[in-house]
Design a protein around this ligand. Structure first.
Ligand SMILES: *Cc1c(COP(=O)(O)O)cnc(C)c1O
Length: 419
């Protein structure tokens, strides 16, 4: 970053600070990950200069030869990776991918059914502080308090009662596999469009360690930066019959020109996800989460649903004096970065919460395995037992720093396939 350092030392310093922070702490925010250096390089290319409104072969600007090339690679790889007939790789984010999906089928005032935010749903699934909750009528389903799993009787009853035009399946904080086939069946019975938001588990589906929603959904949206380990962004997959509609909903309905440098990075990441290495990565992410869950539970830490099938665990602090906010801060002081999270039956505000969401994708990208998860799980349990013990925090901070130094960032970039 020699140019940046000269031109703008303050921004340069902040970037270096962030890099040091990422290198020196245990990143366990379930929605975060580390991309390969190839993905990062693609994001820093001259493709950022290019306006390429439209889709490959049908652009509104000249000079799109190379923009077409990268976008075609990204689209082809996305389709192959997920077994979908059509892909649009232009959404700037997961939220924008969802917006495109909604507006393909809904008018303001129409009814949708989605998962309750405090039970693991996402803001874009009908929260009143999001466009989805403002523009559409929303009925939410949730999980059973007895076992923390989706209550399909409640889903069916809700759908029969409100007759939604669209059912949104997917979550940001659900540690178990969602039964996409069951949701698809309910949507078909109700004549509703079925959208699956795969943001969190897309990488697990790509790796073959989580069932695919593609056969059970009309539309699949996802982010590219979570378990999929690509640049920040979104994409939409759909059946051929909806291809033109989805393309129009991304541009010109919800977005202007695509971020071609990010699309190039998506192409690289999707190529990496097609390589056999990525299957190993996905398996390791899930094995690490299981080991972490087991270690925490052995130490008496309560988990929503009693474990995990995915890349994350949800710690349940309901009824304890310790809040999610205080636990998050105590772990941060010890070099472990997680986020506070609401849990089913939440009694505190979203700024305080009674839970923690802890994920393994980023540490797995760093090369950590089950032995490391057992150590880290032990440290987390120690801190949750004695969150106010400063000496303990400092001791664990020393150990997390030492562990990070043995697993450098960008150690083994995965090789892209030639797809
Ligand atoms: C992260 C997430 C999104 C939003 O992605 P952004 O890129 O932050 O807009 C949407 N849906 C779900 C389920 C998510 O977890």
């Amino acid at each position: 970053m020699i140019h940046l350092e000269k031109a703008d030392p303050r921004v340069h310093r902040a970037v270096l600070g962030e890099e040091a922070r990422q290198r020196g702490q245990l990143e366990m925010i379930a929605s975060e990950n580390f991309v390969s250096e190839a993905v990062r390089e693609a994001m820093g290319t001259v493709l950022t200069h290019k306006y390429a409104e439209g889709v490959p072969g049908r652009r509104y600007y000249g000079g799109c030869e190379f923009a077409d090339a990268v976008e075609d690679l990204a689209r082809t790889r996305a389709k192959r990776l997920f077994g979908a007939a059509h892909a649009n790789v232009q959404p700037h984010s997961g939220a924008q991918a969802n917006m495109a999906a909604y507006f393909g089928f809904l008018d303001p005032g129409d009814t949708i059914v989605g998962m309750n935010l405090s039970h693991g749903g996402h803001l874009t699934h009908g929260s009143p502080v999001n466009f989805s909750g403002r523009l559409f009528r929303v009925a939410a389903y949730g999980v059973r308090s007895s076992d923390g799993l989706v209550d399909f009787d409640l889903v069916r009853d809700t759908v029969r009662r409100v007759r939604p035009k669209l059912i949104m399946t997917g979550a940001s904080a659900y540690p178990r596999i969602l039964d996409f086939a069951a949701f698809g069946e309910i949507a078909r019975e109700a004549g509703a469009v079925h959208v699956v938001d795969l943001a969190h588990v897309a990488g697990l589906v790509a790796a073959g360690v989580h069932p695919s929603p593609v056969p059970h959904a009309d539309i699949v949206t996802t982010t590219t930066h979570k378990t999929l380990r690509g640049p920040r962004g979104g994409l939409v997959l759909c059946r051929a019959e909806h291809a033109r509609l989805i393309d129009r909903m991304v541009f010109p309905f919800t977005q202007g020109g695509p971020l071609m440098h990010v699309i190039a990075a998506k192409a690289v990441a999707l190529g990496e996800a097609l390589s056999p290495n990525f299957r190993d990565y996905g398996r390791a992410v899930v094995a690490n989460a299981r080991t972490l869950a087991g270690t925490l539970m052995e130490r008496g830490v309560k988990l929503v649903s009693g474990g995990t099938d995915t890349h994350l665990v949800l710690v349940d602090l309901l009824g304890r004096d310790l809040t999610g906010k205080d636990a998050e801060q105590a772990l941060e002081r010890a070099g472990i970065t997680v986020n506070k999270n609401t849990v089913p039956g939440e009694t505190r505000s979203p700024f305080v919460t009674s839970g923690l969401r802890i994920g393994t994708p980023a540490l797995t990208s760093r090369g950590m395995g089950e032995a490391e998860m057992r150590r880290i799980g032990g440290w987390i349990a120690d801190i949750l037992e004695r969150p106010g013990d400063e000496g303990l925090g400092e001791e664990i901070r020393r150990r997390t720093t030492e562990l990070c130094s043995r697993f450098p960032l960008f150690a083994a970039p995965p090789r892209a396939s030639s797809a």
